[in-house]
Design a binder for this molecule. Structure first.
Ligand code: PLP
Ligand code: SF4
Length: 340
């Protein structure tokens, strides 16, 4: 048996409950310079540290520039207010027709199942989103289901969050049953970071649900660097593909994590080797506290052009950004249509 299996928790829920939340513990486990600890505490006060224990084995000790560490380590620079950055960069509150439901684009909408995630990514555009006010609960589901049932143009529901796979399989099955009664729905999509950070989340029950659902199922993973992939992730993806799920990936372009062509090329290659197709490469959403991750638009376009020249077309993710009020995610070339 592969060594990495030793670190697999029997139960993904236990893994979540025992996640690391104390900066000091993270510093000790990874042997990091304690000089950065007070700033880590200050930043974690605003947006807590949260990282599943098993992910630590994918991080290099004593390396402050480790690409996974950079995504989870609270830093002093988060606490500095930055001009041009806001708390709700996508102005999502405006599109919240019904709590838990976000209908911005034609034919598809987001249903936010949970306000929390299995990991707290420091660059997250939802770090300031008012989840408490936006938690659908079971009554919210009924309203959301009613809205979908009354809108025949909607053919795809996207389960999102927070992280939708933080809810248990029983709840997913129950929601899936309700959705499957709405005859104009064709596809059910899940946007989740869980299968990458805790591949044991892809339980036999989940696989069974995917393979028996009447929907075309799509999983959009969220992986930013090859180092996040391992054998357990590959196993999970293989079972999903066997169950008929289309498996994609979205990446956020992040300074100091993946902002060079070689890293992005390796990511695409390794995703494909693990049965995952690159879908989107997102520009950072300008949320307060994440400015140190920003990659300038010219640099992003140049990187994208470099990888386009070195990869087959199907391994090149679309470089996109979100623009409030736009009818779709904009490929960066289309941005000028909206900004003039
Ligand atoms: C990203 C997103 C979608 C999905 O967009 P696709 O381009 O279909 O992947 C749908 N609704 C909202 C609100 C989104 O932010
Ligand atoms: S998993 Fe996604 S939604 Fe959750 S904190 Fe990370 S980036 Fe944000």
């Amino acid at each position: 048996m592969n060594e990495s299996h030793i670190f697999l928790e029997k139960n993904w829920q236990t893994a979540l409950q025992t996640a690391i939340t104390d900066p000091q513990e993270l510093f000790q486990l990874l042997d990091l310079d304690e000089k950065l600890l007070p700033a880590a505490y200050a930043a974690a006060k605003h947006f807590p540290l949260k990282v599943p224990r098993s992910l630590i084995t994918r991080i290099q000790k004593r390396n402050i520039n480790d690409p996974i560490l950079r995504q989870i380590l609270p830093l002093g620079s988060e606490t500095k207010e930055q001009e041009g950055y806001s708390k709700d960069p996508l102005q999502e509150k405006k599109f919240n027709v019904i709590p838990g439901l976000l209908h911005k684009y034609h034919g598809r909408l987001l249903l936010t199942l949970a306000g929390i995630c299995g990991i707290n990514c420091r660059y997250c555009f939802r770090r300031d989103f008012p989840y408490a006010e936006n938690n659908p609960g079971t009554t919210g589901w009924n309203k959301a289901l009613e809205y979908i049932a009354n809108n025949p143009s909607i053919t795809e529901v996207i389960l999102s969050g927070g992280d939708p796979l933080i809810v248990n399989d029983h709840l997913l099955v129950e929601l899936g049953q309700k959705l499957s009664k709405i005859t104009h729905l064709k596809r059910l999509r899940i946007h989740s970071r869980m299968p990458i950070i805790l591949p044991e989340r892809i339980t036999p029950e989940f696989i069974h649900w995917c393979s028996t659902s009447r929907f075309k199922m799509i999983l959009v993973n969220h992986c930013n660097h090859s180092q996040e992939l391992n054998e357990n992730v590959a196993h999970a993806m293989q079972s999903l593909v066997k169950a008929g799920v289309t498996v994609l990936n979205q990446t956020v372009l992040l300074k100091g994590v993946n902002d060079n062509a070689q890293t992005l090329i390796e990511l695409s290659e390794n995703l494909f080797a693990a049965n995952i197709l690159p879908y989107y490469l997102h520009m950072l959403d300008k949320v307060q506290g994440a400015a140190h991750f920003d990659v300038k638009q010219e640099v992003a376009q140049d990187l994208h052009w470099q990888i386009t020249q070195q990869l087959p077309g199907f391994l090149v993710p679309k470089l996109v950004c979100e623009y409030p009020g736009a009818p779709a995610k904009l490929s960066v070339e289309h941005l000028t249509l909206f900004t003039g």
